[in-house]
Design a binder for this molecule. Structure first.
Ligand code: HEC
Ligand code: HEC
Length: 268
C-alpha cells in the first residue's frame, strides 16, 4: 500500500511538472477565466499583494498615483478577467506597467484580479466603454448635468441619476440616450399654458389635478395655475431630453453608458 501511494504522488508530481512545462501561459489564463479565488479572504490577500507590488505607482488604494492610473473605475485596455490577468502577469509593452513579480503564483495574480474587481462597482458586467471618460462627457460636452443631478451636482430638469445603474441595464440606458421620446413617464411630460393675456408658460409637469397644475420652466422656476384661470393648456408627452445619444460617436456613447451603469449606491 505505501508503495502504491508513493507512486501516485510521484506520478501526480511528474504530471504537474509536465503541465507546467508544456502549457503556454496565455491560454491558461483564458481557461481559468471562471476562477475560484473570489472569497473575502482572497480579496484581502489580493489587496496586500497590491499594496506591496503595485501601490507605489497606482496608489496604495488603487485610486491612481503619479506613476500609474486609477484602477477603481474601469480599465482602458482590458475588459475581461483573463485580460486583466495577462496584464498583471506580463505587464504592458512599451510602458511603465511592469506587472507582478515573476515569483508570484497564478493564484496570487487571480487574488489581485479579485481585489481590483471588488473596487470596481460593476464587477460582473464587462462593458466596452470607459466610465471615467463617460463622467467627463456627462459634465462636459454631453451637457447632461445641466438637467441631471449626480450625487448632489447638476440640474433638476431630469431625473436624479445618482443610482441609475440600479434601475436601468446597459441596453435600456442606450435606448434612453438614443430614443428619449419612448416611454416618457407622465412626471416628465411638458405642460404648455396660455394665460388670459395670451402669454405662454411652458415647463415640466410637476403636478396636475382636476383644478390646478404646477410646472417648472427651463430656468427651474416653479409656476402654479388654476385651470379655470387660464385661456388654455396642452400636454406634450414627448421628452424634453435632446437625443444627444445619436450625435455622439459610438465610443463616446459606450463611455457614457459605462459611466451611467456604474452609478450605484456606495457599497461599504
Ligand atoms: C512602475 C509603475 C507600475 C507598477 C509597479 C505597476 N503598474 Fe500597472 N500601470 C502602470 C502604468 C504607467 C500603466 C498605464 C500603462 C499604459 O496605459 O500604457 C499601468 C496600467 C495598468 C493596468 C491597465 C489599466 C487600464 O486602464 O487599462 C492595470 C490593470 C494595472 N496597471 C495593474 C497593475 C497591478 C495589479 C500591478 C501590481 C502587480 C501594477 N499595475 C504595477 C504603472 C505601474
Ligand atoms: C434638457 C434636459 C436634459 C438633458 C440636457 C439631458 N436629459 Fe436625460 N432626461 C431628461 C428628462 C426630462 C428625462 C425623463 C424623460 C425621458 O425619459 O426622456 C431624461 C431621462 C434620462 C434617462 C433615463 C432615466 C431613468 O431613470 O429612466 C437617462 C439615463 C438620461 N436621461 C441620461 C442623460 C444623459 C447621459 C444626457 C447627456 C448626454 C442627458 N440625459 C441629457 C432631461 C435631459
Amino acid at each position: 500500500m505505501p508503495m502504491r501511494s508513493l507512486w501516485t504522488i510521484t506520478a501526480t508530481a511528474l504530471l504537474a511538472s509536465l503541465c507546467l512545462i508544456t502549457t503556454p501561459a496565455a491560454p491558461r489564463a483564458q481557461e481559468l477565466n471562471a476562477h475560484e479565488f473570489t472569497t473575502p479572504l482572497d480579496i484581502r490577500m489580493g489587496e496586500r499583494l497590491f499594496q506591496q507590488q503595485c501601490g507605489r505607482c497606482h496608489g496604495i488604494d488603487a485610486g491612481g498615483g503619479e506613476l500609474g492610473p486609477d484602477l477603481t473605475s474601469g480599465y482602458r485596455t482590458v475588459s475581461t478577467d483573463a485580460g486583466l490577468f495577462d496584464i498583471i502577469r506580463n505587464g504592458l509593452p512599451n510602458s511603465q506597467m511592469i506587472g507582478i513579480s515573476r515569483a508570484s503564483t497564478d493564484q496570487s495574480v487571480w487574488m489581485v484580479v479579485s481585489y481590483l474587481n471588488s473596487l470596481n462597482e460593476t464587477p460582473d458586467v464587462n462593458l466596452p466603454g470607459n466610465a471615467t471618460n463617460g463622467e467627463q462627457l456627462f459634465a462636459g460636452k454631453g451637457n447632461c448635468s445641466s438637467c441631471h443631478m449626480v450625487n448632489g451636482q447638476g440640474g433638476r430638469r431630469g431625473q436624479d441619476l445618482s443610482r441609475v445603474g440600479e434601475r436601468r441595464d446597459p441596453d435600456e440606458l442606450r435606448s434612453d440616450l438614443q430614443n428619449p421620446d419612448e416611454e416618457v413617464p407622465p412626471r416628465w411630460w411638458t405642460l404648455r399654458v396660455t394665460r388670459q393675456d395670451g402669454s405662454v408658460v411652458q415647463g415640466l409637469r410637476m403636478g396636475e389635478d382636476t383644478f390646478s397644475m404646477r410646472i417648472m420652466d427651463a430656468d427651474e422656476n416653479l409656476w402654479s395655475f388654476a385651470k379655470d384661470s387660464v385661456q388654455s393648456y396642452e400636454r406634450i408627452t414627448a421628452s424634453t431630453m435632446p437625443a444627444t445619444g445619436r450625435t455622439l460617436t459610438s465610443s463616446e456613447l459606450d463611455d457614457l453608458i459605462a459611466y451611467l451603469y456604474s452609478l450605484r449606491r456606495e457599497e461599504s
